[in-house]
Ligand binder design. Structure first.
Ligand code: CO
Length: 199
């Protein structure tokens, strides 16, 4: 089931999500719905906050990134390695190194992109859908998406990493999003009202 995505200015994006205590049918349904929602919006990552649920769950799918015609290429080789889709429950960053800067966007902040510095190589610990402990070493785009999504669980947006004067450059666009003036082809909940809009 495709869920509406909460956009910039909604309170749930600023809230801290709570740890999942066990994986039950409700959590599985949330994960399935989050994959559906992310794919319908052509996203590569989604956090539960973005569908209005304050649970520490994120989904990521960068499996198609090497086929993306817009993906950066260096010497004919895609810079971004693909990875099978994953769901991470209660993810925590255990280590992060080699800072790098690339441009990010967010399904909750449509039309706004900017360069953010984060770790390039990380170790993340999380529970899988069987609630087993997993330790994953990730680098490149996968690390980037994991860090962006974990931020969401803590109520942090990529905009919060920008210097104040850089953030100011997006002021007009952000105001529009807050007012619900959004042109996207996926359902959203905007800050102006608990209003669901879709084309
Ligand atoms: Co985001």
């Amino acid at each position: 089931m495709i869920l509406p995505i909460y956009t910039y200015g909604t309170r749930v994006l600023k809230a801290k999500a709570k740890p999942v205590k066990k994986v039950d049918a409700e959590v599985i349904k949330l994960i399935v719905d989050m994959f559906d929602t992310m794919h319908a919006a052509s996203g590569i990552g989604l956090a539960a906050n973005q569908v209005g649920k304050l649970q520490r769950v994120i989904v990521i799918d960068i499996s198609d990134v090497e086929n993306d015609k817009d993906a950066p290429v260096r010497d004919g080789i895609p810079v971004f390695k693909s990875h099978p889709p994953i769901a991470l429950i209660n993810p925590e960053v255990a280590a992060s190194e080699r800072a790098w800067s690339i441009e990010e966007g967010c399904l909750s902040i449509p039309g706004v992109r900017d360069v953010v510095e984060r770790g390039e190589k990380i170790t993340v610990r999380y529970k899988d859908t069987n609630f087993r402990d997993v330790e994953l070493e990730a680098d490149g785009l996968l690390a980037r998406v994991i860090l962006h999504e974990i931020d969401h669980l803590d109520g942090v947006l990529f905009l919060d990493h920008l210097a104040p004067e850089k953030r100011k450059e997006h002021k007009v666009e952000l105001k529009k999003i807050q007012k619900g003036e959004i042109d996207v082809d996926y359902p959203v909940v905007t800050a102006t009202a608990a209003r669901v809009t879709s084309d």
